[in-house]
Write a protein that binds this ligand. Structure first.
Ligand code: AQP
Length: 327
């Protein structure tokens, strides 16, 4: 069975972009692949955050993933910081990747523009991500479109390591959904919906109550010509709404556009569709959040299994690069 690995940062509340671009695939892949899913709490350290809040976010992310449909009997769910090989392998890969490669990462350019004291970790983030993937010999990595460049870097670094030191790593393929790979912000439809960008009205969170979802969809920016057609370049706000309606109803955005005359009607139905989509997840979330012990046991068992796999890969990589094995 091919192995998949994917991760999510507990850097804020999970939103529709995470759900549509990544988590839906994660749930579906549990039956087709040997699936490893990781709450990448070390990645979340690259930006400012309060320690107590960080811990809460990681626990909430675990509840969210279980509520979305991850089943610990069919996948391995764990916290990145519970498996020390992630940081150990990162160093070997940092000594393989080049500054030039990391300098080209558009996500770094974008995020570093928004912060004054840019952390070294934000710059080397893609190498940690490469370690996450390569440790598990993942053949497939389900991600949203925004992670395409990081995945390409992972492949290049792995290939270089293999060429220099012998066949250690499996070269992974990105699996990017055909619909909903890039869910856009409802207020700024030129940029993706994101946890760490302050856009309370533009981001629909998976746990938003119905009235908030309705409010955000109602306030979503469109345009003034009132013409209903799917044209992401000329009408990005409307296209974002049509994309979301297409995902919620399993149709193409062009077909959805044909069903509506007025923007207001589309917004009304979209809000109702999103409430319906998220309601079951929200119910299950409350159950997991009330049973902290059970969630912690899932993470502990996941980390134990992940550690077994990661240890073996790290030992292979360390031996290949020429580190003296401990006696
Ligand atoms: N807007 C999006 N549309 C589609 N997919 C998305 N993903 C994120 N935003 C969108 C996908 O969700 C998975 C987990 O992402 P992440 O939390 O690890 O990091 P990210 O891509 O940087 O997501 P955010 O929400 O924007 O977080 P911050 O603001 O903290 O950086 C990934 O598979 C990602 O592709």
């Amino acid at each position: 069975m091919v192995r998949v690995l994917s991760g999510i940062q507990p850097s804020g509340a999970l939103h529709l972009g995470n759900y549509i671009g990544a988590l839906r695939q994660w749930v579906a892949f549990q039956d087709e692949y040997d699936a490893f899913y990781c709450i990448v709490d070390l990645h979340a350290l690259t930006l400012e955050g309060d320690p107590a809040e960080r811990r809460d976010r990681a626990f909430e992310a675990a509840c969210n993933l279980l509520a979305t449909g991850l089943d610990p009997t069919r996948c391995t769910l764990f916290c990145q910081s519970h498996v020390p090989e992630h940081t150990r392998l990162t160093w070997l890969l940092e000594c393989t990747a080049t500054m030039g490669e990391l300098n080209r990462m558009t996500q770094f350019k974008d995020k570093s523009r928004r912060h004054e004291a840019v952390r070294v970790g934000l710059f080397t983030y893609p190498v940690l991500m490469a370690a996450d993937i390569l440790l598990y010999d993942a053949g497939a990595v389900p991600v949203g479109d925004d992670q395409r460049q990081h995945l390409e870097l992972t492949r290049e670094v792995a290939q270089r390591f293999n060429n220099r030191y012998g066949e250690v790593f499996t070269i992974p393929e990105a699996v990017i959904p055909t619909v909903g790979a890039r869910v856009m912000d409802l207020q700024h439809p030129e940029r993706k919906m994101s946890k760490s960008v302050e856009s309370p009205l533009g981001t629909v969170n998976v746990l938003d109550p119905p009235e908030q979802i309705e409010h955000k969809v109602k306030r979503a920016v469109t345009d003034t010509d009132g013409e209903m057609r799917y044209d992401p370049d000329a009408k990005p706000g409307l296209a974002t709404l049509l994309d979301l309606m297409a995902v919620a109803t399993g149709r193409r955005p062009q077909e959805v556009a044909q069903d509506y005359g007025r923007y207001g009607d589309l917004k009304r139905d979209l809000a109702a569709a999103l409430v319906e989509l998220l309601e079951p997840i929200q119910k299950r979330y409350a159950e997991f959040a009330d049973d902290r012990g059970a969630v912690e046991r899932v993470l502990a068992a996941g980390a134990e299994h992940a550690h077994e796999v990661a240890q073996a890969t790290y030992a292979r990589a360390a031996a290949a690069i020429g580190l003296l094995p401990p006696a």
